[in-house]
Design a protein around this ligand. Structure first.
Ligand SMILES: Cc1ncc(COP(=O)(O)O)c(C=O)c1O
Length: 359
C-alpha cells in the first residue's frame, strides 16, 4: 500500500522529468515578452504606495465600468486579496462569528481563509458544477458574504449569466457581500465572461493565470465599497505593506501588452481541454466538459488511494477531490503540453486497467 498524500503542499513546487504533473494550476506558457523587457531599465527599490502603484491601478480601472484607481488594491496574488477582504468584513474579534457561504466543490483555500478570518464556512452544493439558486439562497441567508468562482477551480464550469444576475440581485437586496473570484475570467471557452458588479461586490483577480505569472505574486481586489477598500489598505499597511514594486511593474507591462497574448493562449487551452476531455471519456471516465479554467474533475472511488497510487506507482501528480470538498473525484489540471497530456493519459490507462479495477 502506498502512503497517503497529506495535502496539496506535498506537491507544490515538485517536478522532475519522470513526473507527469496534472497537479498545480500553474500555466506552463511564458508571460508576455513585454514583462521581461522592463527588467533592464527597472530601478525602483523603495517602498511603494500600500494600495499599489497608481499607474497599475489606473490601467486596471480602464477594464471595469465606473471604476477609478482608488477602487483597487494591488495584492500578493489573489490569495492576499481573499485574505484581506475576508478579514476586512469579519465581525469584531471577541464578538459572535460570521458565516461565509462557499460553493462546494470549492477552491481548497477558501474554508481555511474563512476560518483564519475568525468566521465559519457554510456551503452551497453545486449541481453538475452549476449553482442551484434555491440551495444558494439558503446558504447565503444569514451569511456576511458569499463566494462566487466562475470559471471555477476545480470544476471547470462557468455559471449562467442569468444565475449570476440573480445572485447579484439577491445579495444586493439582503446586504450580503459577494466575493467574486475571477482569476480565470480570461480563460473561458463558452462565452464572454460576465463580471459581477454592485455596491458590495469585491472582485478578486490575479496576474497568475491570465499572464502566466504565478510566482511573481501580483493580484488585486476591486470594489466600489470605499470603506472596505480603506479597511483593506489599513490592514495591508500593518501586514505585507506594498506588493513587490518590480512585480507590479512587470504586471503593468503585461497588462499593456497586445490583447492577442491572452486570446491566442485561449486557443492553446482549448486544444488541451479537448485532448483531455475526449481522452478521459475514451477511458470510460465520467466528467464534465470544462467551460473555462484548466481543470477536469472526473469521478473516482477511493480518491485518496488513487492520488497516492498514481504518484508513487505511475509517477503522476493529481489532486484529491477531497481537498476541494469533492471526495468522490480527482482533479487533473491540464496546464501542460499535449505530448505530456498524451503520456499522462497513457499512464492513466495502465492504472485503470491494471490497478483500479481491483480496488
Ligand atoms: C480560484 C482561485 N483563486 C485564487 C487562487 C490564488 O491565485 P494567486 O496565485 O493569484 O494567489 C487560485 C490559484 O490557483 C485559484 O485557483
Amino acid at each position: 500500500m502506498n502512503p497517503p498524500i497529506p495535502g496539496p503542499s506535498f506537491f507544490i513546487g515538485k517536478g522532475d522529468d519522470s513526473l507527469i504533473s496534472f497537479g498545480s494550476g500553474q500555466p506552463d506558457l511564458p508571460p508576455p515578452e513585454e514583462a521581461f523587457a522592463i527588467l533592464a531599465s527597472h530601478r525602483g527599490f523603495k517602498y511603494g504606495p500600500v494600495a499599489g502603484s497608481v499607474a497599475l491601478r489606473s490601467e486596471l480601472a480602464k477594464q471595469y465600468a465606473d471604476a477609478g484607481p482608488d477602487d483597487f488594491v494591488i495584492t500578493n496574488g489573489a490569495s492576499e486579496a481573499i485574505d484581506l477582504a475576508l478579514r476586512a468584513i469579519a465581525p469584531p474579534v471577541g464578538g459572535p462569528g460570521g458565516k461565509v457561504a462557499l460553493p462546494r466543490p470549492y477552491y481548497y483555500s477558501y474554508p481555511h481563509n474563512v476560518r483564519l478570518a475568525g468566521m465559519e464556512p457554510v456551503y452551497y452544493d453545486l449541481e453538475e458544477g452549476k449553482i442551484n439558486l434555491e440551495t444558494f439562497k439558503k446558504a447565503a441567508t444569514g451569511s456576511i458574504a458569499v463566494f462566487i468562482n466562475s470559471p471555477s477551480n476545480p470544476t471547470g464550469t462557468v455559471q449562467d449569466v442569468e444565475t449570476l444576475k440573480a445572485v447579484e440581485q439577491f445579495c444586493a437586496r439582503e446586504g450580503i457581500y459577494i466575493l467574486s473570484d475571477e482569476v480565470y475570467k480570461d480563460l473561458i471557452y463558452v462565452r464572454e465572461n460576465y463580471l459581477l458588479h454592485g455596491p458590495h461586490v469585491v472582485t478578486i483577480n490575479s496576474f497568475s493565470k491570465t499572464y502566466a505569472m504565478c510566482g511573481l505574486r501580483v493580484g488585486y481586489l476591486f470594489s466600489k465599497d470605499a470603506e472596505l477598500v480603506k479597511a483593506v489598505v489599513e490592514m495591508k499597511t500593518h501586514t505585507a505593506m506594498n506588493t513587490s514594486i518590480l512585480a507590479q511593474d512587470m504586471a503593468l507591462a503585461a497588462l499593456l501588452s497586445p490583447r492577442s497574448y491572452v486570446t491566442s493562449y485561449v486557443d492553446v487551452w482549448k486544444e488541451r481541454r479537448d485532448r483531455m476531455y475526449t481522452g478521459m471519456r475514451a477511458l470510460g471516465l465520467e466528467l464534465w466538459e470544462p467551460e473555462g479554467a484548466f481543470y477536469v474533475l472526473p469521478t473516482f472511488k477511493h480518491s485518496g488511494r488513487v492520488v497516492s497510487d498514481l504518484y508513487y506507482t505511475y509517477r503522476m501528480i493529481t489532486y484529491d477531490g477531497a481537498w476541494f470538498g469533492a471526495p468522490d473525484r480527482v482533479r487533473f489540471s491540464y496546464a501542460l503540453d499535449v505530448t505530456k497530456i498524451d503520456e499522462g493519459l497513457r499512464r492513466l490507462k495502465d492504472f485503470l486497467e491494471n490497478e483500479y479495477k481491483n480496488y
